[in-house]
Ligand binder design. Structure first.
Ligand code: G4P
Length: 528
């Protein structure tokens, strides 16, 4: 098959949600449709529950589960779908942000009872940064949720995106009768006791079809007619262009647990979701159709078993064809590398692959040559954008508690931060003092545990209450140098040697911004 045909067949996406909205359940139903699993319950939630923080074996076990579900590839109606999993726990938000750099679109799951939640907003911020196309699935319609119009308003308001319903619910909760497909004019009736894959769908010519009243009763038919009229009047038409540019989100209503509304979602998804898209680099735009292979590493998963120290680097293919045992250029290390057993994750099993195409994600066994954001090409020197580090929210100074093992500690910190577990900042003027920055408490425990188990190094952490780490830039080198000298106490460097201002408080940061208009303070490591 030609490269173009392979590309056209592929859709690469992630499901995102606030924990408990139903991401795992929906994932499972999609895999059932794709024949990737045969029974419900096969997909384990990768939720790392807060209660497990003191139980490291539990974290290991749960991380072990999430590696097998990191990428799930399946085929549906001749489309090759790569579904990338994102961790539910908020302490692993960075992992999620990076995974979103490797997808071309997302499905956002909302719990109809809870509406837009904190994580939903954060995740959507990341999607908006990249104009990622979003389809919304409003889940748990079998529960007493909020009014659907209120939910739509909330989505538009809190997520700053226009919405357009594609299906519309008939009642909610105990009285939920099903959904009406606004464009296909079909009625899907809901039966909570039926969870089979193909549901009876009633075709009606339009809302005045007498079968509508027969099926849902006069009162509900009337309400549906009124609401549909309102929708047609209030909401813009579903424009493919607006969806693909991330401005408008089609909305579906359903119940993942009852496998209701999922098929319509999947059918529409493969019809409208974008094929593998071009990607920006530090030198030029890379089109997927280019002959030469290129790709980037967006996630590294370590095997936590100290007897097997291998890691899997997850690489998204961006252009050309990846081939097993072929030499590719590792741009950062300026050396050629090849892989004898690259893995794909079809049907949630790992298989060795001979080749892979744009949109695909492959797992590369790695003994420490990769770090997040690394680019492979056929020789061209370029680096993909879009995998920034975000300012951490929690900071701790690392204190070595075993001076005989300082080398091991340095190596462990380097490798763990290469994997993206946390970020490492160095204060050279303080004898190379190391500061670890994370978005959640859990990472500190993970780091301490892994340093001990994998590197035989031990450390303790001292609290440091910085507000944010801000990457600095300026057109005037002199200004920047002066600022760094004057504020040395708050200056550190990241792993790439860039200056970072460790702001003690929001107020001080704002004051510094005002006092130094020629210096830019950035909350992410990638900026124009
Ligand atoms: P997550 O991955 O987004 O965190 O959510 P998950 O799918 O694990 O779902 C969270 C809970 O919501 C689960 O219940 C799940 O069964 C339930 N759920 C998912 N979809 C629906 C739905 O359409 N209707 C209803 N009523 N519930 C739904 P749990 O009790 O936390 O877990 P479990 O013991 O059922 O697995």
């Amino acid at each position: 098959m030609s490269l173009l045909k392979e590309i056209k067949k592929r859709r690469t996406f992630a499901i995102i949600s606030h924990p408990d909205a139903g991401k795992t359940t929906l994932t499972e139903k999609l895999l059932l449709f794709g024949g990737a699993i045969q029974v419900a319950g096969a997909v384990k939630s990768n939720k790392i529950k807060k209660t497990a923080t003191s139980d490291f074996m539990e974290i290991e076990r749960q991380r072990g589960i999430s590696v097998s579900t990191s990428v799930m590839a399946f085929e549906y109606r001749d489309t090759y779908i790569n579904l990338l999993d994102t961790p539910g726990h908020k302490d692993f938000a960075e992992d999620t942000y990076r995974t979103l750099s490797a997808v071309d679109s997302v499905i956002l799951v909302i719990d109809c009872v809870k509406g837009v939640e904190a994580q939903t907003e954060k995740l959507m911020e990341v999607c908006r940064m990249r104009d990622t196309p979003v389809i919304v699935f409003i889940n748990k319609m079998d529960r007493e949720g909020q009014d659907p119009f209120d939910l739509l308003d909330e989505l538009e308001e809190k997520l700053s995106i226009k919405v357009r319903p594609v299906t519309w619910p008939i009642n909610i909760g105990a009285r939920f009768k099903g959904v009406y497909q606004l464009f296909n004019k079909k009625l899907n009736l809901f039966d909570p006791n039926v969870t089979k894959i193909e549901k009876d769908i009633i075709h009606i010519s339009d809302l005045s079809d007498p079968r509508l009243v027969e099926e849902v009763g006069e009162e509900d038919a009337e309400v549906l007619q009124e609401e549909v009229e309102l929708i047609e009047g209030v909401y813009d038409d579903l424009s493919l262009e607006a969806y693909r540019s991330g401005k408008l989100a089609p909305v579906f209503f359903g119940s993942a647990l009852n496998n209701f509304g999922v098929k319509e979602l999947l059918d529409t998804f493969i019809e409208i979701a974008p094929e593998p898209l071009p990607r920006t680099t530090d030198t030029r735009l890379i089109e997927p159709t280019e002959d030469k292979f290129s790709g980037f590493v967006f996630k590294i998963h370590a095997n936590l078993d100290p007897r097997h120290r291998d890691r899997i680097a997850f690489l998204r293919v961006c252009s050309g064809k990846f081939e097993r045992n072929k030499f590719f250029h590792h741009v950062r290390l300026k050396k050629n590398v090849r892989f004898s057993s690259p893995a794909t994750f079809l049907a949630s099993r790992k298989n060795i692959v001979e080749d892979a195409y744009p949109g695909d994600v492959i797992g590369l066994y790695d003994s420490g040559t990769f770090k997040i954001g690394d680019t492979l090409t056929e020789g061209e020197k370029l680096t993909f954008n879009g995998i920034p580090s975000f300012s951490p929210e929690l900071f701790r100074i690392v204190v070595n508690t075993d001076p005989m093992k300082s080398k091991q500690l340095a190596k462990g910190l380097k490798q763990l931060t290469d994997e993206g577990v946390a970020q490492l900042f160095t204060q050279e003027h303080l004898g190379n003092q190391k500061i670890i920055g994370t978005v959640g408490e859990l990472q500190f425990e993970v780091i301490q545990y892994r340093l001990k188990n994998e590197y035989k190094a031990s450390c303790r952490f001292e609290h440091k209450s910085f507000y944010k780490a801000c990457w600095l830039s300026s057109d005037s080198e002199e200004e920047l140098d002066n600022f760094v000298k004057r504020k040395l106490k708050y200056i550190a460097t990241d792993k790439a040697g860039n200056y970072v201002y460790m702001s003690p408080s929001e107020w001080i940061l704002e004051t510094e911004r005002k006092n130094h208009p020629k210096i830019q303070f950035h909350f992410t490591s990638e900026f124009e």
